[in-house]
Design a protein around this ligand. Sequence first.
Ligand SMILES: Nc1nc2c(ncn2[C@@H]2O[C@H](COP(=O)(O)OP(=O)(O)OP(=O)(O)O)[C@@H](O)[C@H]2O)c(=O)[nH]1
Ligand SMILES: [Mg+2]
Length: 283
Amino acid sequence: MSLASISSVYKGFHGETGRSKNCFGRGGETLYIKVPVGTLVKEDGEILADLSTPGEEFVAAHGGAGGKGNRFFLSNENRAPMTATPGEPGEERHLHLELKTMAHAGMVGFPNAGKSSLLRLLTNARPAVAAYPFTTLNPHVGVINYQDHEQIAVADIPGIIEGAHQNRGLGFAFLRHIERCRILLYVLDLAHPEPWTQLDSLQYELRQFDESFPLRPRIIVANKLDLPNARKTLQCLQEKASGRIIAVSALTGENAEELMLHLRELYDGHRPEGKRAVPYTGW
Ligand SMILES: Nc1nc2c(ncn2[C@@H]2O[C@H](COP(=O)(O)OP(=O)(O)OP(=O)(O)O)[C@@H](O)[C@H]2O)c(=O)[nH]1
Ligand SMILES: [Mg+2]
């Protein structure tokens, strides 16, 4: 992802004083910020602008009015004016620019569910994996490469817990990184005795953030299928949750292909009768 480019232009009247010296009226500079996708936030946290069109420009601070150069004072009476006036100071502002992650699919799940492990299995990304919660502190994006050269970008964000919308755990501000994801992967942990409660909590937290989240195409991914009691827990989960559940093991790679194919189906929007998505063979 390219970083924001910041450009500035002088605003003001350029002039000359005397015969040889150049001088600018002291007007400030107008700062233009060009970002891929991001949010400009004021120091007090107020969102100033949501820049959602890649490459959109935003005037972050206006330059002051320029001063008048000596040419301005040129007249019939005064053919060589030596006067110039200072301009006004420009606007000064401290802004934070938060860049949003862009991916086709976003993974949400409780800490330790195995989101980062899955991203490592499916893509070229290498986020840290560890047996403690909140290992992931920043979003990561990996790309799944399909045999027909189609690519699907998947984002892994820090874990969400119950009450995240009230700032529990790491809060749910990270959800803004998957705001633009068309597809959501709910990653559940089959080591949890009741993963369906995780699903309910996740859906609830997501709805608090954005009403449209629960309406997006989703895949329920039940991870850690390799664990001893996982299949029994999976059966209960299938009875309690609606929609297709894909059980996988990020550890052994079991059913990873099924997950990738289903993701591709959702990505393509539909699967024409009789035509299968192209399996991934790069691993
Ligand atoms: N047995 C087993 N362990 C797994 C599997 N997937 C992940 N783990 C383990 O679960 C722990 C957490 O995995 P992570 O991938 O870091 O989990 P996460 O969801 O990214 O966690 P946070 O970043 O804290 O939200 C690690 O010890 C992994 O080795 C799996 O399929 N089977
Ligand atoms: Mg992680």
